[in-house]
Ligand binder design. Structure first.
Ligand SMILES: Cc1cc2nc3c(=O)[nH]c(=O)nc-3n(C[C@H](O)[C@H](O)[C@H](O)COP(=O)(O)OP(=O)(O)OC[C@H]3O[C@@H](n4cnc5c(N)ncnc54)[C@H](O)[C@@H]3O)c2cc1C
Length: 430
């Protein structure tokens, strides 16, 4: 990999990709594989160092519902007064969220939300199939497992509500099984100590898990082999426009000429403003704690367990357990407050009391990441309303799940090939 290679000014490439997270790397791979000359520009000194660094690793088309479901406004308002709220709005963020926030709330209405869930599912399922093909072909060592995922509920009411939303995407082909509390424990026996409070569950057989960062790095190697170029430690400051057309980017290592694809995660919105675009994308902060679990051996859970109401998932990734959760509207803040980490630890102990007591919490790796969340919960994939500029950003809580599918969809649109799925739902200005 060209990893830390210094960028040369004046490089002339056909396509410039801004951002070396899962989405930018998948885009570079897909274009390079098709013989299109492309250079990826990443501000950090290595790839996948931002939101794609230590995410939940769940490839879950089953979780296609946007997070602004009906009634989200009640949660957000009450979260202002409750520091431990799983989905938390911080007071000081309210001024920066006005326009995006109103769109976020409008999209939670019953006539919009199911459509967004279906659009996400179409892309996520397509992407999961594309990813499975690559993994089958190359068998990379990325801690993959194909045991499905399990949603658990501590209230009959939430269980019922979740079944209704699952039904919305089930119409498009998702397979799921409704489980009683006893069946939940049979499916994941390590949950036996939570049997007192689990009221039911939903099992999604087609979901899978892998280390998304390892996948991103593996894909970057394939992209380079196919002719793709990567420049790290290079920050894009602005676009270069001529006669209303984007013809390149200005960076702190000189200018680059070519058509541009914006894959910069949460900062995409600020970059897009430079060419007059209003991309409704805001950062939604989440946390992970990664624990060594090699000692668990036969006690290792088989599949991710998701407690939707608490916004938490406990995910076995190879020999590790990763606790992923929370959704905070906290701007670009990356801090790791002790009370949040403690809360995740307690939620883990609620689900797996015995396993939790066996973990070495002193050596746990704590991380926070900023999900690039669009106001309707659906990513932007396609042409910007400006010649020479393309979008692939705003994948929110599903960026690993949707990475390869989004890259294929965009590459089809750029080359004029007929896309496998309808691109309309992901267009700018929808
Ligand atoms: C706690 C948590 C758990 C998650 N769990 C899952 C999960 O289980 N499954 C799932 O599918 N998704 C999950 N996600 C979501 C997923 O991680 C994101 O959707 C995905 O990483 C977004 O990828 P990206 O490439 O768009 O953004 P990023 O990974 O943030 O990449 C954008 C890149 O652009 C670079 N950049 C920005 N500005 C510039 C600039 N001016 N010049 C050059 N480079 C620039 C950044 O440095 C960064 O590397 C989770 C996210 C979080 C936070």
């Amino acid at each position: 990999m060209t990893g830390n290679s210094a960028a040369k000014a004046g490089s002339s490439q056909q396509v410039i990709i801004i951002g070396g997270g899962l989405i930018g790397i998948a885009t570079l791979y897909e274009l390079s594989r098709r013989g299109i000359g492309a250079v990826l520009i990443e501000a950090e000194n290595e790839l996948a160092k931002e939101t794609s660094f230590a995410n939940g690793g769940m490839m879950t088309p089953s979780q296609s519902e946007p997070w602004n479901g009906p009634g989200v406004e009640r949660h957000l308002v009450s979260s202002l007064f409750f520091p431990g709220a799983a989905m938390k709005l911080h007071w000081q963020q309210i001024p920066s969220l006005t326009s995006w926030g109103l769109q976020f709330l409008r999209n939670s209405w019953a006539d919009k939300y199911p459509k967004a869930a279906q659009s996400n599912f179409a892309l996520a399922a397509y992407s999961a199939a594309k990813t499975a093909d690559i993994l089958q072909q190359y068998q990379p060592d990325i801690d993959q497992s194909n045991n499905g995922s399990l949603k658990i509920f501590d209230s009959k009411n939430n269980f019922k509500k979740s079944l209704l939303t699952t039904d919305v995407i089930a119409k498009l082909g998702i397979s799921y099984v409704e489980l009683t509390a006893e069946e939940v424990i049979k499916k994941e026996p390590q949950l036996h100590e939570a049997k007192n409070w689990i009221k039911g569950g939903i099992y999604f057989a087609d979901d899978s898990v892998a280390d998304a960062r390892k996948f991103a790095l593996f894909l970057s190697e394939l992209a380079i082999k196919a002719g793709g170029e990567i420049k790290t430690s290079v920050r894009v400051g602005d676009f270069i426009s001529e006669n209303g057309k984007v013809v390149g980017v200005q960076t702190d290592h000189g200018d680059f000429q070519g058509a541009v694809i914006l894959c910069a995660g949460s900062p995409s919105a600020a970059l897009a403003v430079n060419v007059g675009l209003k991309l409704p994308i805001k950062p939604v902060k989440g946390y992970t704690i990664t624990l060594d679990a090699a000692h668990l051996k036969s006690q290792m859970p088989k599949m991710p367990v998701i407690d939707e109401a608490k916004h938490i998932a406990i995910v076995p990734i190879g020999q590790k357990i990763r606790i992923a959760g929370m959704a905070e509207f906290a701007g670009f803040d990356h801090s790791l407050p002790k009370n949040r980490l403690q809360q995740l630890k307690q939620l883990c102990a609620r689900i797996y009391p015995d396993l939790s007591s066996q973990f070495d919490w002193e050596t746990a790796v704590n991380w926070s990441g900023l999900r690039p969340m669009s106001a309707d919960g659906v990513p932007f994939v396609g042409a910007a309303p400006l010649d020479g500029l393309w979008l692939n950003c705003g994948h929110g809580h599903l960026g690993w799940t949707m990475a390869l599918g989004s890259a294929c969809l965009l590459a089809d649109m750029m080359t004029g090939d007929k896309p496998d799925i309808d691109p309309l739902a992901y267009r700018y200005g929808r």
